[in-house]
Ligand binder design. Structure first.
Ligand SMILES: Cc1cc2nc3c(=O)[nH]c(=O)nc-3n(C[C@H](O)[C@H](O)[C@H](O)COP(=O)(O)OP(=O)(O)OC[C@H]3O[C@@H](n4cnc5c(N)ncnc54)[C@H](O)[C@@H]3O)c2cc1C
Length: 585
């Protein structure tokens, strides 16, 4: 049954109208945008009556990416951001005088290399250094297991624990990398539509078929099992050592609902092997010099260079829709700005249930949006320390880079219990904490003698069973420090400053509905052609000229720039603008 929250009913997912909405939207777009007129002439003629060709609501990394591509294609583009800074969940902020941290996202692993190159982000100061180790788990018995960027080195590390598992690792790693390559191309293009007819459906089928050319029956079975199976079952089937299984766990499930034994949790194994970084390395994990905000600063600079105007402290109150067609936006201060197209970087619930008048949307579409599972299961605690954490069992000769990250989760069973507690609305006493001491690899973040540690907390509820997050904020901070102290006893007395971001804070400060870091849970029923809701996976919406360009659209959350890139190209295609970088041109 639907659940009331803030006057909005939350219903289970309902497939919206089956009247081929995408096809209808495309045909209507053709009429409104004048596709059938000669190459964009109609656009130029019409754009005179609008202040901008395009408005992007939100300056998250996806909004900025979309804006940069639209600006690059010659569209006059305005970005409106409610906060006083750009970046959304990809920012560097001061958390104590002179001390800066990646307050929300903290590791760059999936930022699309194509976007880095197209927008020449390196020329605007973006620099990433590979995390090495990519991840590392200290165990309560003092053993520390790193997962090195170099595969042979990792295999040697695993061999010390189980030679059988070390052999399995080679086989499984090869298999995963091969399967991930089939999925990779889908990242930078709209997913196939489920409701199409005529030539488009054939073209779509052909496109999908081409991506899977050469796939064997065994690989199809493996792919399906990764898409639908559980991480825990997969690891139990393949590995004997609990510690090695935990190493895989430490790399997965972040931000997702579900313990490691829930169906669909194995998918992360493939997602994390998509190539990333400037040099397209499979399984890349990067520290961003200057913090994650350096990514969005570079994107903003690239956008401005392409003529985009960016206004901060400019919250949009309403998307102006008349006769089923977008006309522009109205800011909270009453300013009206018109545009031919509007792209929303805010999550689907915020966009369709918050910014669009309910009479402008079909009821079944609104119901489907209401049913998107959000209910963010994570939090973040950022700290300034007077000395870096001294992890029990860390080798004496460990490099600063090795001492820069560690994940505190002792076993799959621990994680499963943690999720069970959180899912019933309680804050687990024993937390899963992923720590990065970014200042160990980046001396731009804090003055000498100060260390920046960010701690991602997996599995806390947005809806508390009792009490409020305002009452429990410091309790969460205390529990995080207590957990870290079990592995690095020097930390509690080294804390100089701390910032606790509960799921509610993620909603209030960063605008994430229910604190969901991916603008909607990354479960199978909310992915590919079902993201944000079935029938509307191609960035278009039931309102002509209104597009979704954030993590709530395909391929989902994480700092990837993919939804922003894909939405921009969809707009350009609808406007009949040829772009040399269009992957589908
Ligand atoms: C705590 C945390 C840790 C994470 N860790 C990682 C990580 O390590 N690696 C990784 O890849 N991903 C991570 N993620 C996920 C990733 O950061 C997000 O999925 C991604 O940044 C979303 O980007 P976006 O541009 O789609 O949306 P957002 O970054 O959410 O941007 C949306 C923007 O819209 C603005 N906005 C909202 N409403 C309005 C309005 N009415 N008017 C104007 N502007 C508005 C918001 O202020 C915001 O700036 C993390 C996220 C969080 C919160």
């Amino acid at each position: 049954m639907g659940k009331e929250k803030d006057g909005v009913a939350h219903y289970p997912l309902v497939i919206p109208s089956r009247r081929q909405p995408q096809a209808r939207a495309r045909e209507e777009s053709a009429f409104v945008f004048g596709w059938r007129s000669a190459s964009g002439l109609r656009l130029n003629a019409m754009s005179r009556s609008y202040q901008f060709d395009a408005i992007v609501i939100g300056a998250g990394h996806n909004g900025l990416t979309a804006a940069a591509y639209l600006g690059g294609a010659g569209l006059s583009t305005l970005v409106l951001e409610r906060r006083e800074i750009v970046g959304g969940c990809c920012v560097t902020e001061e958390i104590a005088p002179g001390c800066r941290a990646s307050t929300t996202s903290y590791i760059a692993s999936m930022l699309r290399p194509e976007v880095i190159r197209d927008l020449q982000l390196a020329s605007y100061g973006l620099r990433m250094v590979p995390c090495d180790p990519a991840l590392q788990v200290p165990f309560p018995d003092g053993q520390v297991i790193p997962w090195w960027a170099d595969r042979e080195r990792t295999i040697n590390e695993l061999r010390k624990i189980s030679s059988k598992d070390a052999q399995t690792f080679v086989r499984v790693d090869d298999q995963l990398k091969k399967l991930a390559r089939y999925l990779q191309p889908f990242f930078l293009e709209p997913p196939p539509e489920i409701e199409m007819d005529g030539i488009h459906s054939w073209w779509n089928l052909l496109r999908v078929g081409k991506r899977f050319r050469g796939i064997t029956n065994t690989e199809i079975a493996q792919l399906i099992s990764f898409l639908t199976g559980s991480l825990g079952d997969f690891l139990d089937r393949n590995y004997e050592s609990e510690k090695i299984k935990t190493l895989f766990l430490a790399n997965n499930v972040y931000g997702k609902h579900g313990g490691p034994y829930d169906p669909g949790t194995a998918l992360g194994l493939l997602f994390h092997l998509l190539s990333g970084g400037e040099h397209e390395l499979q399984g890349f994990y990067g520290h961003v010099i200057g913090g994650m905000g350096a990514i969005t600063q570079a994107l903003a600079a690239a956008a401005r260079k392409r003529g985009v105007e960016i206004r901060t402290s400019a919250p949009v109150a309403r998307i102006d829709v008349r006769d089923g067609r977008v006309r522009g936006v109205v800011l909270e201060d009453g300013t009206e700005i018109s545009a031919r197209v509007v792209l929303s970087n805010t999550d689907p619930k915020r966009t369709f249930l918050g910014l669009v008048d309910k009479n402008e949307l079909p009821e079944d579409f609104r119901r489907a949006v209401s049913g998107i599972k959000m209910n963010g299961p994570c939090a973040k605690v950022n700290m300034v320390l007077a000395e870096e954490p001294k992890i029990n069992g860390m080798p004496r000769d460990a490099s600063p880079a090795q001492r820069a990250l560690f994940t505190l989760v002792p076993s799959l069973e621990f994680a499963e219990r943690c999720y069970d507690i959180a899912k019933f609305g309680d804050i687990p006493e024993e937390l899963w904490v992923d720590c990065v001491v970014a200042s160990n690899v980046d001396d731009t973040l804090a003055p000498k003698g100060r260390h920046i540690m960010t701690c991602f907390v997996q599995y806390v509820p947005y809806f508390l069973r009792s009490g409020t997050w305002d009452e429990n904020r410091e309790l969460l901070g205390d529990r995080v420090i207590k957990k870290i102290a079990e592995y690095a006893p020097n930390v509690p007395r080294a804390v100089v400053a701390r910032q606790v971001l509960t799921p509610l804070d993620l909603e209030r400060i960063y605008g994430l509905t229910e604190g969901n870091i991916f603008h909607g849970d990354l479960t199978l029923e909310q992915l590919f052609f079902m993201r944000p809701v079935p029938g509307w996976s191609q960035y278009r919406t039931p309102i002509l000229g209104l597009y979704l360009c954030g993590a709530g659209a395909h391929p989902g959350g994480g700092v990837t720039s993919a939804p922003g890139h894909n939405a921009a190209f969809q707009v350009l295609r609808d406007l009949r603008r040829h772009h040399p970088k269009d992957p589908r041109a």
